[in-house]
Design a protein around this ligand. Structure first.
Ligand SMILES: [Zn+2]
Length: 271
């Protein structure tokens, strides 16, 4: 149940993320499990290979990324094979260091598969919990499977957390959109709603991500990352204000049930 080890990769290139803080948080959450923090997933996974092998792995990764692109958010239908121009674009971006350009929406589960490719090349850590923080935006289908919605996280192997998703996926207050439609200028709106939603490079990003690291850990341990209690860090927030309440509000991190589960996991680890 408890992972033997946790690996956190930071491919976001964001200065608002302190991956070592997240590593220490995760270590404490699990009562001393070995947590290793890494830089960019691709760079770290390919570092041990020669130039030819690196190129081959990047080529394969670029194809996976192009396959993961969502062509139309209102449809799950996709071409069998991505256009060469898209593969070439993804391949060029892989030669850049993070932060890589954003603006494409990927299918979250296919992006997981893409990330598994460089991890497979490494051939280790199969029993560990692997978390990748990315700046790329991804989505998954709604319950009826008819259209994509942007997400903060995708729980799979590996688990993906998106810094762009933190800003773009949970909705801002209704009134924000209303006033925006009424033509209130963006600078005034930003001031009026300051603090009520996360922004890019927000100083609260690392603290907020702690809850998503906890969700990934619970997904690994129980298969269920979420909780219905709006004051628990495992709450699946669809609004920015819900997100801030679950992650930064109140004087406790988890509901009684999840707190007890964590105590049991710590006890098992120490015993
Ligand atoms: Zn809970």
């Amino acid at each position: 149940m408890r992972p033997s080890g946790v690996h956190i990769f930071d491919s976001s290139g964001s200065s608002a993320i302190d991956v070592d803080v997240l590593g220490r948080y995760c270590n404490e959450l699990l009562g001393g499990v070995n947590v290793e923090c890494h830089g960019d997933l691709l760079t770290e996974c390919l570092s041990g290979f020669d130039r030819v092998k690196k190129e081959r792995l990047k080529d394969a990764y670029a194809v996976r990324l192009a396959e993961a692109r969502i062509a139309n958010i209102k449809s799950v239908d996709k071409p069998d094979r991505p256009a060469k121009a898209l593969v070439d674009y993804e391949r060029r971006m892989l030669d850049r260091n993070p932060p890589r350009p954003i603006g494409i929406l990927y299918d979250g589960y296919q992006l997981c598969l893409a990330c598994a490719e460089p991890l497979e090349a490494l051939g280790t850590w199969h029993e560990d919990c692997i978390i990748v923080i990315t700046s790329q935006l991804f989505g998954s289908c709604d319950d009826v499977g008819s259209r994509y919605h942007a997400r903060v996280s995708i729980y799979g192997n590996p688990c993906l957390l998106s810094t762009t998703g933190l800003v773009e996926a949970p909705a801002r207050p209704r009134r924000y959109y209303l006033e925006k439609r009424m033509g209130i200028d963006p600078a005034t709106l930003e001031k009026q709603f300051a603090g009520r939603f996360l922004d890019y490079e927000d100083s609260r990003t690392t603290d907020v991500l702690k809850g998503y690291i906890a969700q990934a850990i619970f997904y690994y341990m129980t298969g269920e990352p979420f909780c219905g209690d709006p004051d628990c860090r495992l709450y699946n927030a669809h609004w920015q204000e819900e997100l801030l309440r679950a992650q930064l509000g109140g004087d406790r991190e988890f509901c009684d049930y999840h707190q007890q589960l964590l105590q049991a996991v710590k006890g098992a680890g120490n015993g």
